[in-house]
Design a binder for this molecule. Structure first.
Ligand SMILES: C[S@@+](CC[C@H](N)C(=O)[O-])C[C@H]1O[C@@H](n2cnc3c(N)ncnc32)[C@H](O)[C@@H]1O
Length: 279
């Protein structure tokens, strides 16, 4: 049994203790559901015989950017170091779904929004249907929401360590529980050559920043995206804030290369922080 706690829940636990409450309904899965915790002077008693000392609670409370797993073995920050790619992945809590920090950088938009609202805006722009290619799994939020609307979703993640975090994150469950999601591990740039011509209705391309994965913004890669997309299909390409200087520049050069690659119509979608390209 593993429970997850962050600053958002310890704030409630500390307030309940200060108010002298004997028990509290608190989330142990990052906001998806509530469970009953009993508060004693020394400990917080959780279901399944697990408990926390108030020192544990204070420790979690002091780490606002981290999520902690509570197991029989103790209290541990949710993070995985990838030896292969030399990156540290950790879950970062928000008011809603957590995001993942990749060596300190959040994977989703969290400023004035939250990771699920960010994902919904990508999904709205992509309008998933039929067979969908999700080029970069991450926490699996785009794949999970796309799978609710599409017949089939193929999602690709470079680093297996990211999937380890998904297994711990209750908000990533759809990735493992949706029967119409197929997960692939490896580089999207390599996989793309294996897919058949015109075999996807929609593509969601949500890559790391341009300076971290330039090959996923190359004309060669875009040509393959064009090849595997059906006529009448659309590609949503997340870029970043199109109103910022860097976002504007990346969007302009990506739009040019998408057109070179064969996408006749490329539209800006500033509200979704990306581009829409039509075949
Ligand atoms: C911005 S995140 C994707 C977020 C995702 N759409 C979600 O809903 O959580 C980018 C992800 O792409 C992965 N990645 C980086 N390079 C990749 C590549 N060449 N092929 C596939 N995935 C890659 C990163 O490890 C990271 O998990």
């Amino acid at each position: 049994m593993t429970f997850l706690l962050s600053f958002y829940q310890t704030r409630e636990l500390l307030a309940a203790r200060d108010a002298g409450l004997p028990e509290l309904d608190v989330s142990l899965d990052l906001g998806l559901s509530l469970a009953r915790a009993r508060l004693t002077p020394e400990r917080v008693m959780l279901p399944a015989g697990l408990s926390l000392t108030w020192e544990d609670v204070a420790h979690i409370h002091g780490n606002e950017q981290a999520v902690f797993a509570i197991t029989e073995a103790g209290v541990e920050k949710v993070q995985v170091f990838s030896e292969t790619f030399g990156r540290l992945y950790s879950l970062m809590p928000t008011q809603g779904a957590p995001t993942m920090l990749i060596s300190g950088i959040p994977m989703h938009r969290i400023k004035n929004t939250d990771p699920m609202a960010d994902t919904r805006s990508k999904i709205k722009a992509a309008a998933p249907k039929g067979r969908v290619l999700d080029t970069c799994t991450g926490l699996g939020y785009t794949a999970g929401l796309a799978a609710k609307r599409a017949d089939e979703v193929i999602t690709i993640e470079l680093d297996p360590a990211v999937i380890e975090i998904c297994r711990i994150n209750p908000w990533s469950r759809a990735l493992f529980e949706s029967p119409n999601i197929t997960q692939l591990i490896g580089d999207s740039f390599d996989y793309i050559f294996d897919f058949e011509d015109a075999s996807f209705d929609r593509i969601i391309h949500d890559p790391p920043m341009f300076n971290l994965a330039g090959h996923l913004y190359s004309t060669e890669y875009y040509r393959e995206l064009h090849r595997v997309l059906k006529r009448g299909g659309r590609l949503f390409h997340y870029i970043g804030d199109l109103r910022s200087k860097s976002g504007r520049n990346v969007a302009r050069s990506a739009a040019r290369r998408l057109q070179e690659a064969g996408f006749k119509v490329v539209k800006r979608r500033p509200e979704a922080f990306g581009l829409l390209a039509f075949r």
